[in-house]
Write a protein that binds this ligand. Sequence first.
Ligand code: AHR
Length: 338
Amino acid sequence: MKKLLKGKMILLLMMALMLLLSACNSSGTGGQTESGASSGDSKSSDKLVIGFSQVGAESEWRTANTKSMQDAIKAAGHELKFSDAQQKQENQIKAIRSFIAQKVDAIVFSPVVETGFETVLQEAKDAGIPVFLADRSVDIEDDSLWVTFLGSDFVEEGRKAANWLVEETKDEEGDVNIVELQGTVGSAPAIDRKEGFEEVIKDHPNLKIIKSQTGDFTRAKGKEVMEAFLKSDGDNIDVLYAHNDDMAIGAIQAIEEYGLKPGEDIKIIGVDAVKGAFEAMAAGKMNVTVECNPLFGPQMVDLIEAHLAGEEIEKRVAVEESMYTMDQAEELLPTREY
Ligand code: AHR
């Protein structure tokens, strides 16, 4: 009897031991798969959480850019945490801090202005979260604070605008008076588009900027500032150089209300190549727009995935761009994506 009891107990003990072992085993296998997935597999095959701090919704360009990013992140199966800064730097700093607190996998950031982001970018770096600059860059010495900058060459855009004007006015004898609508003060496109334009016209002393003021990249402000230009210099203005199409479109309205013909009495140069500019060109109210392509969402997602998969990526990735004139507008308008 005793022997029988002893045997039963051994059997029970062995069964308990087997149960314990199999439990350990199954949790051990799960753990290995998990850790295997995060170390062995590339990060790019995982669902990523991407924080995107956008400048705002100030222009047609910006709306197209936001959509391109949202669509690309969704199509890749990642999660987007989106924040609209409403053109305010303090909102961007808050958004980046909140992305850090939420431990996102990557931060995409389109800076409103060029300076003043060192501290928050250092915080992201300390937290081990890679930052990708989209569209606009920053003026910061330490370039280890971001992985790459994907965006347009704004200086070149300014040069293209000026080169068009040089060609267009080559037979003019007297001065050509230009008014300039600048983008947001302190922003990379405003600084660079001015620089590129001035670099070219400085060799043509008859091309003169007689007035230059910010229109903050919006239609409403572009119209308001153009009204002020017309009030003070009315019949003396030959050319408007607007740092984006939205301001140019606002200004076109002001010019018409003043009783002049935009595109004829005053030549209109814009930047972005948005649909609104093509419509204005097709109507003969705008002369040229330099392309600034906002549809780089898929390219940005590729860069994030490549970086997180451990691939080496370029510090500066450019977006390819062109330039369009009035005579191409009607034909190209139906195919414009933004
Ligand atoms: O940074 C790109 C510029 O920002 C676009 O040219 C302008 O339209 C936008 O608001």
